[in-house]
Design a protein around this ligand. Structure first.
Ligand SMILES: [Mg+2]
Length: 221
């Protein structure tokens, strides 16, 4: 890393994961999504809950997400699976004006890259008061239904964005999803629980506080 990259002055594209990055992990939307994925698998394949859980774990390990495993190994409609899985209660999410103001103040492009679909992302962002904060929201459909952390997913989305890796930074709560970006030359920031690993340049459990010094203007209180 060059000395200039020790700060974020070189960053022109700010890439954010969605789940557990742009809202607190304690909201635990996955606590609702997980059983819906399980139920979908049970119905689709006529299997019991234990077999569905094993299937999800296997796909998570080998493909990055349940979705990516389903797309790789079965003829399914990915958007139908995602719509069913993400048909949840969003009332646990509350607007975060300080985060919205801070992200809006970052110099350059601000984008979201989620393994969910962009319709789901839009609902989460709206509930957080972040609906107008980003230049672009990339979902699973923009990654050809490949998922982070696989190189394919990053290659497709970063190509669409025209992203310049060494002028970009990525913020993620899942350390697995920072391996490829780090290898490409993005500045990588783990959001949430500390988890030291070579692909993590920085760590924060306070995204707003971490970003504030890098905005064009200090956000007003
Ligand atoms: Mg996440």
């Amino acid at each position: 890393m060059s000395p200039a990259h020790a700060t974020f002055a070189h960053v022109r594209t700010w890439v954010f994961d969605l789940d557990n990055t742009l809202y607190p992990a304690s909201v635990d939307l996955f606590g609702q999504i997980r059983p819906r994925m399980r139920d979908w698998l049970m119905q689709r394949f006529g299997i019991d809950a234990a077999a569905a859980a094993a299937m999800r774990q296997d796909y998570w390990n080998r493909y990055g997400t349940t979705l990516a495993g389903l797309v790789a190994e079965h003829r399914i409609d990915p958007l139908e699976f995602l719509a069913y899985s993400h048909d949840i209660d969003f009332s646990g999410l509350t607007p975060d004006p300080a985060l919205a103001r801070t992200i809006a103040g970052l110099p350059g492009r601000r984008v979201v890259f989620t393994n969910g679909d962009s319709a789901y992302a839009a609902r989460v962002l709206a509930a957080r008061g972040l609906g107008d904060t980003f230049d672009m929201v990339y979902g699973a459909e923009h990654a050809g239904f490949a998922s982070k952390p696989t190189p394919d997913a990053f290659a497709r989305v970063f190509a669409r964005e025209g992203l310049v890796p060494d002028a970009s930074a990525m913020f993620e709560d899942d350390a697995r999803n920072l391996v490829v970006p780090h290898g490409l030359g993005l500045r990588t920031v783990l959001v949430g629980s500390e988890e030291p690993a070579p692909q993590i340049d920085d760590h924060t459990d306070d995204l707003t506080g971490f970003l504030a010094p890098h905005t064009r203007h200090e956000p007003s209180a």
